[in-house]
Design a protein around this ligand. Sequence first.
Ligand code: MN
Length: 164
Amino acid sequence: MSPFFKGDKGGCEGDSGSCHTPFTHTRELVLFPGEIAMKKKILLVEDNPDNRYVVIRLLKSLEAEIIVAEDGLSALEIARKEIPNLILMDMQLPELSGYDVTKKIREMKGMESTPVIAVTAHCMTGDREKTIQCGCTDFIEKPIVPNEFIQKIKSYLAIEDLTD
Ligand code: MN
């Protein structure tokens, strides 16, 4: 039934003041092609300024808000405050490593299933397993291949849309 169905007065008689909204029970967000509900937030955790520069340039092709954390502690603080839609996690960070940060992020409310993509320069055997064990969703190796990188991020943001 259309929410605008005019004959539907159920429960509204004598209470004209509060029953004008047709959306009392059916709260739906309707988007038209090309419209986005809200800009997606991507948290980029990267301590190396050159790498940050490269990644930010690539991410700019996406309609997303990019929030940068230069170390693990600020990554935790930002994640808790902003609840990003996706996290790009450099695993080699000073002090608190990307592994530790990801483990802690997984314990945060609302961050249990957020895509966390590990970005690591080391391609040692067992690295992928290590990132998955600490809670990462996926894995990208440096040096970054621009097209693959963007496609991967796009697909994770799209999956998030479907499960919202
Ligand atoms: Mn690093």
